[in-house]
Write a protein of this length. Structure first.
Length: 602
């Protein structure tokens, strides 16, 4: 009964502590000093956590683990088969004694001297068996499994199995558990607990159709016959047991963890029913977890949570909307996105702008507003003065042609818009810097993206010139083709983007594009709150099928009496993992109708 752990087991245990406690950021030894480590060695709960951790891992991953051949001989499987080790031993006087010079994990002292019976049952604490968890070496001829007191003990003796087997061997030399030990005190019987049959069933989710069978996972993985009358399911759960299909089914109505007890047989030939229990977990609908909180009313730059706008003309319409994202609702912060659409009076020229304020910038909601307003003013002033000149140039541009005249016109128009967009970006930056100076903060506190499209729409032809700074998307959509007017402007690291600042002049020409098309159905601008869930990656933006799918969602909204409001409602769609602000601006052609005599009507 006084047997101690072998030196190699103690070494393995100390190595485990070193791995757990070592400072990984520096080439330093343990974070704790020697006295602290000794205190850890004296904890009688450490040994017990082996089984606790193994049990939790199996609860979460049992099905996957059972599919792995490596699991069959793994340390995890052996721990699970071993089960908990209730230990009843006397000699309590030395436990946690400051006068005791022998470390508790000498370490059978821990196993010999629990304060109470419950303490002894507490657990075999977390040592690092994780490195060995999946790929422990298979049992070979020299390391055949054996049984001690009807409990499975496997070798080779890894750190965990050494500890487990040492407890099992405490009474291996004393078959008479009632006899006295060397001190004359009676030995207490060491009891081994066998693992009960274990069942699993897949998790369900509130509001989603569910069908699944209860399966036995231990001692063997197999389907069992459930007595339908024996299983009791809360009535308000929305789930019933189908006796014929032998499965739980229905649409869960509430989230939670439910213990379902039942009677079962391994096969119909068996006469007696056995008792079983399974944990049935129903997760909440993610949408129900989002809160709607209001920002502090004392914060500067108060901003509406949503906005929308509609402009209707004879040949085309413009609409835009912006909706505060769920992440901002939950955090009680403002919408950072903004937009502006405008038409030059008595012309076919329009401006569409969207901006996405940086979530990490304190006043980006104002930065996006200032950017779209200043950009719109600069561009509208330019178009009001120069649209006659631009119209004359476009009259010489033969759509689809590459003749010298068209090339010359295209070059001239590109230069005009290149210079105009350069001025537009400059003015927007200066406007933001002036506001930052008034607020006495850095200009980056107003960081924002800026996506702009200048469009002339007439006679079923569409001219477009764009400036693109940041993520999101600008595209000319047609049934058979989609033309991206640039590309997302990523930052140094994944998930980042570039914002409008003094560095905009770098590679500026690549941010400006022009095009003239005779098959355009719509010009679409969006922030990444829409482009990310609908296209997922930058490569996805080039996927025509994804654009078609998006158009199938958007087009019905454009047919509504109030397309801008319909688009705003549409923009509230739920997409797991995508909860940013959503802003959309769109110009689309009115359909051309033809009567029975072939007369075309606009």
């Amino acid at each position: 009964m006084s047997q101690t752990l072998t030196p190699d087991v103690q070494t393995a245990f100390l190595n485990t502590l070193e791995q757990l406690l070592q400072d990984q950021t520096q080439q330093n030894p343990l974070l704790l000093d020697g006295d602290s480590v000794d205190q850890l060695l004296k904890s009688k709960k450490i040994y017990n956590a082996y089984y606790d951790l193994a049990e939790q891992i199996y609860e979460l991953m049992g099905f996957q683990l059972e599919q792995s051949a490596a699991f069959q001989y793994s340390l995890l499987q052996r721990i699970l088969e071993q089960g908990r080790l209730p230990i009843y031993i006397s000699n309590v006087e030395n436990i946690n004694s400051a006068e005791s010079s022998q470390p508790l994990f000498d370490h059978t002292q821990m196993m010999q001297n629990p304060n109470t019976e419950n303490d002894a049952l507490e657990s075999i604490d977390q040592l690092d068996f994780l490195d060995e968890l999946y790929l422990s070496p298979p049992v070979d001829a020299e390391n055949e499994p054996c049984f001690i007191n009807d409990c499975f003990v496997a070798t080779p003796l890894t750190t965990t199995s050494l500890l487990l087997s040492s407890t099992a061997n405490i009474d291996s030399n004393n078959t008479d558990h009632k006899q006295n030990n060397a001190s004359g005190k009676p030995n207490h019987e060491v009891k081994m607990v066998k693992k009960m049959p274990h069942f699993q069933i897949p998790n369900a989710r509130v509001g989603q159709d569910y069908q699944a069978r209860i399966q036995m996972q231990y001692p063997v993985k197999e389907d069992v016959l459930i007595c339908s009358e024996s299983i009791k399911i809360p009535e308000a759960l929305g789930i019933v047991f189908d006796d014929q299909a032998q499965q739980l089914q229905g649409i869960p109505l509430q989230a939670g963890e439910f213990k379902l007890a039942f009677q079962y047989k391994n096969n119909e030939a068996v006469q007696a029913w056995s008792s079983g229990e399974v944990t049935f977990i129903i997760t909440a609908d993610p949408r129900s977890l989002w809160q709607v909180n209001e920002p502090d009313s004392n914060e500067p730059y108060q901003k509406a949570h949503s906005d929308h706008q509609l402009i209707q003309t004879e040949h085309f319409n413009l609409a835009a909307c912006s909706q505060r994202g769920r992440s901002h609702e939950h955090a009680g912060t403002f919408r950072d996105d903004d937009f502006l659409i405008a038409r030059v009076a008595e012309t076919d020229w329009s401006v569409l702008i969207v901006a996405d304020g940086a979530g990490s910038a304190s006043y980006s909601r104002q930065g996006s507003l200032l950017a779209v307003q200043s950009a719109a003013k600069t561009l509208m002033d330019y178009l009001e003065q120069h649209h006659p000149h631009l119209d004359l140039l476009l009259q010489q541009w033969q759509v689809g042609s590459d003749d010298e005249m068209t090339k010359s016109v295209a070059q001239q128009i590109y230069k005009d818009f290149h210079d105009t967009f350069y001025k537009t970006a400059q003015v927007a930056i200066e406007t933001i810097e002036q506001e930052a100076e008034l607020k006495q903060v850095a200009a980056k506190a107003y960081a924002t993206t800026l996506l702009v499209a200048v469009v002339k729409q007439c006679e079923q032809k569409t001219f477009i010139s764009t400036f693109w700074m940041g993520d999101g998307a600008i595209a000319v959509y047609a049934k058979d083709k989609v033309r991206l007017m640039g590309k997302p402007d990523g930052g140094e690291f994944a998930g980042q983007t570039r914002f409008l600042d003094r560095s905009f002049a770098q590679q500026f020409a690549s941010r400006v594009n022009i095009g003239y098309y005779d098959d355009c159905e719509a010009v679409i601008l969006m922030t990444d709150g829409i482009s990310d869930p609908r296209f997922e990656t930058d490569a996805g933006l080039a996927n025509h099928e994804k654009w078609q799918a998006l158009w199938q969602e958007i087009e019905p909204q454009l047919q509504q009496p109030h397309p801008d409001q319909a688009l705003l409602e549409w923009s509230k769609f739920f997409s797991a993992g995508h909860h940013d602000d959503r802003t959309l601006a769109i110009l689309w052609n009115k359909p051309v109708s033809v009567d029975v005599e072939g007369v075309v009507h606009d």
